[in-house]
Design a protein around this ligand. Structure first.
Ligand SMILES: Cc1cc2nc3c(=O)[nH]c(=O)nc-3n(C[C@H](O)[C@H](O)[C@H](O)COP(=O)(O)O)c2cc1C
Length: 224
């Protein structure tokens, strides 16, 4: 295996969703280099249909104060509501991922209160010093949403390659209207999800979670 392939494989496997961060901010020059790498993501006709709001410092603390209360009060405004139904193997995988996380955190299945508490940490960004909100400008749709996904994965790999960690969070799309208002975002920019990131806490129980994957034969059909 060439060094190049080895390095790639390592970064891909090192990236995991991490859900506990240290408070130290990432230096501004490093942030710029990370987003410069992420910008190399491919997109339909190179349209690069992503608008990214990175929030840190006092503004982030403001959101950490307000978002949990908004969620608990039931004030939900999703630009892209759930329209998929997880059944069969997809439901099993969803359950296995939840089991892996709560098992790592030592939370038993029946302990609903602790599960809810762990879930609520989504809205305080798992204590991360930064969050990137990924917006898709109107009138883009499903095709361009795929571009946004490619950008997100390139960004998360760029973070991993530098020893940083991240967690992509659909939960951060629950309050799209509130976030647009707080960050003065154009109303035509629709919020897909957020990614909390920073230096991961290596000791945290939540960060010991490792999820499984289906084997290649389960999802690739080779022809010819
Ligand atoms: C688009 C997207 C949205 C996600 N939303 C959440 C979320 O709201 N909260 C959370 O804790 N994890 C979230 N995850 C993380 C997934 O649970 C995780 O990627 C999956 O279990 C596989 O684990 P891994 O990322 O550690 O490989 C999300 C992942 C993706 C790609």
């Amino acid at each position: 295996m060439s060094d190049h392939v080895h390095a790639f494989s390592t970064v891909v496997r090192e990236r995991r969703s991490l859900r506990a961060f240290l408070p130290d901010p990432v230096p501004a020059a490093e942030l710029a280099a990370i987003f410069d790498d992420a910008a190399r993501a491919p997109s339909n006709c190179n349209t690069q249909p992503w608008v990214v709001h990175v929030v840190s410092g006092a503004k982030l603390e403001e959101l950490r104060e307000t978002l949990p209360g908004e969620f608990l009060a039931g004030r939900i405004s999703m630009d892209f509501p759930y329209d998929g139904v997880y059944e069969g193997v997809y439901k099993s995988r969803q359950h296995a991922a939840a089991h892996a996380l709560y098992n790592a955190m030592g939370i038993p299945r029946e302990d609903k209160a602790s599960r809810q508490q762990a879930f609520m940490r989504n809205f305080t960004f798992f204590d991360a010093p930064h969050v990137a909100f990924l917006f898709l400008p109107e009138p883009f749709g499903l095709r361009e949403a795929c571009d946004l996904g490619m950008f997100a994965q390139t960004l998360m790999l760029a973070l991993t390659a530098r020893g940083l960690g991240s967690c992509p969070q659909t939960a951060l799309g629950f309050q799209a209207d509130q976030l647009r208002a707080a960050l003065a975002v154009d109303p035509s920019h629709k919020l897909m999800f957020g990614i909390s990131f920073g230096f991961p806490d290596p000791e945290a129980a939540a960060n010991q979670c490792v999820t499984e994957r289906a084997s290649v034969d389960d999802f690739v059909i080779f022809h010819g």
